[in-house]
Design a protein around this ligand. Structure first.
Ligand SMILES: NC(=O)c1ccc[n+]([C@@H]2O[C@H](COP(=O)([O-])OP(=O)(O)OC[C@H]3O[C@@H](n4cnc5c(N)ncnc54)[C@H](O)[C@@H]3O)[C@@H](O)[C@H]2O)c1
Length: 351
C-alpha cells in the first residue's frame, strides 16, 4: 500500500491554537491541504497563535460542545487531537474542569468520529509522563509497552491515559484509525506564558520549565531548582514534535502507540545552566526542596519503535532548540507580557 499524503486533504486539529497545535498547523500548511480546521476554546492559548491563512477555518469553542461537533464537515481525512486541560497543577486545583476539557473531550470527539467513513487517521496526544516509571535512581528509556501504574499524581495524568483507553476502545469496536503519540517534554516557540484563562494556580502563567526558565533568565532572575534540579526529562523541540505527529498520521499503524522523544536525558540543572549561558545570566541558581505533587524523578523515552516504524528521529539538539526559543521569546516579548499581565489580579491574590 502506498503511503498516505496530506495533499488535498481536510485536516482537523483540535487544540490547534495551543503551543504544539499551532506549530503543527504551520507544518501542515506546507502540504497543500484542501482545508485546515482548527477547533479551540482558547482555554490555555492565545488567538495570535492561529495562522492567518486562507486554508484555515477557525472554530472557537469546546470540542465537547455538540454544536461544535455538528458544525464539522463529514469528509475530514485526518484528525489530530491535542486539546487538554493544561497542565498537572491546574488539574489538581480543578479536577472537574480537567474532566470537561481533558477526558470528556476525547470521549465526545471519538464518539462523533466513529461514523466518519473516509477517515485516514486520528492522532492522539498522549503523555509519556503518565507511563514513565517514577525513579530517582538511574532512569532507563521508557518503551511503549512499559507497565502503567494504577496510581497517578494528577487528574491530568489520569485523563491522558483515559484518552488512550477510549481511543483503543473506538479502534477495536468501531475501527477508528486511532494512533497514539506519547509526548516527552516539548519546548520551543509559541509556548506563550500566561496564554488563556486563569486555571487556579500560578502555573497558568508559568506553564512549563523551559519557557519559565527562559523568561526569568532573560530578566536576570535566579532560576528556581526544585530538589536541586536533579530530576531529568527528555526535551524535544516542537518542530521535531510536529514532524513526529505528521509521521504518526502518515505511517502510524492504527491501534499502535509511538513515543515521540529525543531519547536524551537532560537534568533540570543542566537545562538551567544551558539557558543561563545562552542568555548571559550570571545570577546564581536558586536551589529548593522537592515539589509535593511531583514524584516522577528521572525519565526519558525510548526512540527505537518510532525510528523503526515511522522513520522518525528528533533532529534539533537541545542547545540549538533553546537558542531558537530564546530568539522567539525576545521577538515576541510584548505579546507574552500581555498574556502574563492578564492574570496579575489572581497572581497577587493567591494564597
Ligand atoms: N507540551 C508538552 O510537553 C506535552 C507533553 C505531554 C503531552 N502533551 C499533550 O500535547 C497536547 C498539546 O499540549 P500543549 O503543550 O500544546 O498545550 P496547550 O495548552 O498549549 O494546548 C492545548 C490546547 O487545547 C485547547 N483546549 C482546551 N480545552 C479544549 C476544549 N474543550 N476544546 C477545544 N480545545 C481545547 C487549549 O485552549 C489549547 O489551545 C495536550 O494534549 C497535552 O496533554 C504535551
Amino acid at each position: 500500500m502506498s503511503e498516505l499524503s496530506f495533499k488535498n486533504s481536510k485536516v482537523l486539529v483540535v487544540g490547534g491554537a495551543g503551543f504544539v497545535g499551532s506549530n503543527l498547523c504551520r507544518a501542515l500548511l506546507a502540504h497543500e491541504l484542501k482545508e485546515l480546521l482548527i477547533v479551540d476554546n482558547l482555554l490555555s492559548s492565545d488567538l495570535s497563535n492561529v495562522p492567518a491563512d486562507p486554508e484555515v477555518r477557525f472554530i472557537y469553542g469546546s470540542i465537547a460542545d455538540d454544536r461544535v461537533l455538528a458544525s464539522l464537515p463529514s469528509d475530514i481525512d485526518f484528525v489530530f487531537h491535542l486539546a487538554c486541560y493544561h497542565g498537572n497543577q491546574s488539574s489538581i486545583a480543578d479536577p472537574i474542569a480537567d474532566h470537561e476539557n481533558n477526558t470528556l473531550t476525547s470521549l465526545k470527539l471519538f464518539e462523533h468520529l466513529k461514523s466518519y467513513a473516509g477517515l485516514k487517521k486520528v492522532v492522539y496526544a498522549a503523555a509519556g509522563c503518565a507511563v514513565a516509571e517514577k525513579t530517582f535512581d538511574d532512569a532507563v528509556a521508557t518503551p511503549e509497552d512499559a507497565p502503567i501504574s494504577m496510581f497517578h499524581d494528577s487528574p491530568y495524568s489520569i485523563s491522558k491515559l483515559i484518552g488512550e483507553f477510549y481511543g483503543n476502545y473506538y479502534f477495536t469496536r468501531h475501527g477508528l484509525p486511532f494512533v497514539k503519540a506519547r509526548f516527552q517534554n516539548v519546548y520551543g516557540p509559541r509556548e506563550i506564558l500566561g496564554a488563556g484563562r486563569w486555571r487556579g494556580t500560578q502555573h497558568t502563567v508559568w506553564r512549563n520549565v523551559t519557557p519559565t526558565f527562559i523568561w526569568k533568565s532573560l530578566q536576570k532572575e535566579a532560576l528556581p531548582l526544585d530538589n536541586g534540579g536533579n530530576a531529568s526529562r527528555d526535551f524535544i523541540f516542537v518542530e521535531d514534535m510536529a514532524r513526529g505527529l505528521m509521521r504518526c498520521a502518515l505511517a502510524g499503524t492504527p491501534g499502535s502507540v509511538y513515543n515521540l522523544a529525543s531519547g536524551a536525558e537532560t537534568t533540570i540543572r543542566d537545562l538551567a545552566e544551558m539557558i543561563n549561558e545562552l542568555t548571559g545570566n550570571d545570577t546564581p541558581l536558586d536551589l529548593r526542596p522537592a515539589r509535593d505533587w511531583d514524584r516522577s524523578g528521572k525519565r526519558f523515552g525510548s526512540t527505537d519503535k518510532s525510528k523503526r516504524e515511522l522513520g522518525f528521529s528528533a533532529k534539533v539538539s537541545i542547545r540549538e532548540g533553546l537558542a531558537k526559543t530564546i530568539e522567539w521569546t525576545l521577538a515576541n516579548r510584548e505579546s507574552i507580557e500581555r498574556c502574563m499581565r492578564q492574570h496579575d489580579y489572581f497572581m497577587a491574590h493567591m494564597r
